[in-house]
Design a protein around this ligand. Structure first.
Ligand SMILES: [Zn+2]
Length: 381
């Protein structure tokens, strides 16, 4: 059993191959905060200006950008440090624009190809895009109360997304306190990225549902084939979910989902906890979102199974290798699914579960930004 679990885990390590969660972080940030106004203006300044007031986890202020990157354990060359937001009319940039753009940056390579934890072998490995998974995901420790939902291998808590969200929140606070608004919102955007990643059910659950484990293959062919099949199937479900979400969020489409960020059908327990516990540590709030997302995983798998299960389970389908075939066409054509009258009812089911995932992500996005705005407003009094 132990060998079986270890092998399963090693295989699943690669299942989180994309590890990008939502492709549309910028759209999510903007849609979630669309009703907010009174944004500070955030004129650009070089990073060197803010370094003297920063302390990464109580370390002394970094003396150089290199030292700062080392303290954060990130690849400094993957970040465009001197990025400056532009406005059409040359007016001063608002903090919202900085926040929106920054919320996609952690997917740009800063967290890849690092050796951060022995758990990486179960969570995306050490190289390439998937190696960032350890910082962009979170699996709570296995609980006997919730044995199926919380199942993953190994059973202990894994993933640093909540810690990264808290770390950058603290840096944002330090920058804002000393009047460095541009960097405050840039760091806040980086932290927000990790929050939003945990709104994606496949980033909080290793398998999603026992329905995806091909036990038939295990019994009839053997362990190795079972491993390969599990990897392929979980990967197909994970990636097609993200691609479908991205397809629906395309700004050219008149999608009802933009509304999900504004008037969300979010997890009530999570909403209440985030709204009422005003002193909830950031780390714990983000873990609360992860729990709500994990509770959606089964429903996501069910909806996907109904809508495109045969396609995703078909022996020749492998999205991990590439979402596009050799002729450049997507292996799953969502526009065909969209227009199919037969699938109308199943699409509704899928939309409803996506709406809940988006709703959770929107609520957590606003909670994180609200906490920052409230705290820093108090600081400046
Ligand atoms: Zn990410």
């Amino acid at each position: 059993m132990k060998v079986f679990l270890a092998l399963l885990a090693a295989g699943l390590a690669c299942a989180s191959t994309q590890a990008q969660a939502w492709e549309g972080h910028m759209a999510i940030t903007r849609a979630s905060l669309q009703s907010y106004d009174n944004w500070d203006s955030a004129p650009y300044e070089p990073i060197e200006k803010v370094l003297p007031v920063l302390s990464v986890q109580n370390a002394p202020a970094p003396v150089s950008l290199k030292e700062f990157a080392e303290q954060l354990a990130i690849h400094m060359e993957s970040i465009k440090w001197d990025w400056q937001p532009s406005t059409a009319d040359g007016s001063v940039v608002s903090a919202l624009e900085v926040l929106v753009k920054a919320s996609i940056e952690p997917d740009g390579g800063m967290d890849q190809n690092l050796n951060l934890s022995p758990d990486q072998k179960y969570m995306g490995g050490y190289e390439g895009l998937s190696s960032q998974a350890i910082r962009h995901m979170f699996f709570r420790s296995w609980s006997p109360i919730d044995p199926v939902l919380s199942f993953h291998v190994p059973l202990h808590e894994m993933g640093f997304a909540p810690d990264r969200a808290e770390l950058f929140f603290n840096l944002a606070k330090q920058a804002k306190k000393d009047g460095h608004t541009f960097w405050a919102y840039r760091f806040l955007g980086w932290g927000l990225h990790y929050v939003q990643d945990l709104g994606q059910p496949y980033h909080t659950s290793q398998v999603g549902s026992m329905r995806l484990l091909p036990f038939r293959v295990l019994l009839s062919v053997g362990l190795e084939a079972f491993m390969a099949e599990t990897l392929r199937i979980v990967g197909n479900f994970h990636l097609s979910f993200e691609q479908y979400a991205d397809f629906l969020m395309n700004p050219d489409r008149d999608s009802p989902l933009a509304l999900a960020f504004k008037v969300p059908k979010a997890d009530e327990g999570m909403k209440m906890e985030l709204e009422q516990k005003t002193d909830l540590p950031i780390n714990d709030g983000v873990k609360r979102l992860a729990l709500a997302s994990q509770q959606l995983a089964q429903a996501v798998v069910d909806a996907q199974m109904d809508m495109m299960g045969p396609l995703l389970m078909a022996p020749e389908m492998n999205l991990i290798s590439n979402f596009y075939d050799s002729s450049g066409k997507p292996k799953i054509d969502f526009s065909l699914i969209e227009t199919s009258t037969i699938l109308a009812g199943r699409r509704t089911e899928m939309l409803s579960v996506l709406e809940r995932a988006f709703g959770n992500t929107g609520v957590a996005t606003r909670w994180y930004v609200d906490r920052f705005r409230t705290l820093t407003a108090e600081m400046s009094k």
